[in-house]
Design a protein around this ligand. Structure first.
Ligand SMILES: Nc1ncnc2c1ncn2[C@@H]1O[C@H](COP(=O)(O)OP(=O)(O)OP(=O)(O)O)[C@@H](O)[C@H]1O
Length: 234
């Protein structure tokens, strides 16, 4: 192996090798991921585009440890997901990743600061420390003036910024986002993408996002394309 090759492998923080996933309806098999392999270096904004049904969310759900692969190797920041037990996956979800959803998944009757601090609090951090960290995260996404507002009192863009604050509050290594701008107007979408770029450049958090938006899909450091359960560019 050349030095150059060694260097690129050692700096890869997402390594996916020969991943397969099939869903079944009764006896009928639907292969969704077909021998997916790729590697991503650290501190990158990665976009993933592809036609509806091509397997993007399935791949993201596997990286999020929401779904498991049928076979293959999945190594994310040193966490080997394939074959990991539930305890290891819980620690991975708590420490290594933050998730951002298209429809925010915030508690509608809790304030922004409670939405962001709750996961920390539930993981055993004291309420005062959790709230201090949540305030910092909300300040980072430009919502210091909205910490006591509930999602019901916020715009879509503000709600997505709260969910980004929740995703970064525990200082994860990787944000996984499924259509994070799919429910937003163009101004709010731009702000969300700018925030993700700041996560990469200022906080050293990698971002892996699925999008249907061509412009966003071209704007990453790495722009992957999926077709029929395969990554067709790397
Ligand atoms: N839990 C499941 N059980 C059965 N089939 C599933 C399951 N999850 C996804 N599928 C099927 O797998 C295929 C790929 O779904 P997936 O959500 O990964 O595609 P996608 O590329 O993200 O599509 P979209 O852009 O429409 O969100 C679809 O045909 C879907 O119906």
């Amino acid at each position: 192996m050349s030095n150059e090759k060694k260097e690129s492998v050692s700096k890869s923080v997402i390594q996916i090798q020969h991943v397969n996933k099939t869903f079944y309806q009764g006896e009928v098999a639907f292969p969704i991921l077909n021998d997916v392999s790729f590697e991503i270096a650290e501190k990158k904004l990665v976009t993933l585009m592809g036609p509806s049904g091509s397997g993007k969310s399935t791949l993201l759900n596997i990286l999020s440890a929401i779904e498991s692969a049928d076979s293959g190797q999945i190594n994310v920041f040193g966490n080997k997901l394939f074959g990991a037990n539930e305890k290891e996956l819980t620690i991975y979800r708590r420490k290594t990743i933050g998730i951002v959803f298209q429809f925010f998944h915030l508690f509608p009757y809790l304030s922004a600061i409670d939405n962001v601090s709750l996961p920390l609090y539930l993981s055993g951090i004291s309420k005062s420390v959790a709230e201090a960290k949540a305030k910092d995260a909300l300040s980072l996404v430009g919502l210091s003036h909205r910490i006591d507002f509930t999602p019901k009192e916020m715009s879509g863009g503000e709600k997505q910024r709260v969910s980004i604050a929740r995703a970064i509050v525990h200082q994860p290594k990787l944000i996984l986002a499924d259509e994070p701008t799919g429910n937003l107007d163009s101004g709010s979408s731009e702000m969300v993408i700018k925030l993700f770029n700041r996560c990469v450049k200022e906080l050293d958090i990698s971002v892996f996002l699925v999008t249907h938006n061509e412009q966003i899909g071209e704007s990453g450091d790495i722009n992957l394309r999926m077709l029929d359960g395969k990554i067709i560019n790397k």
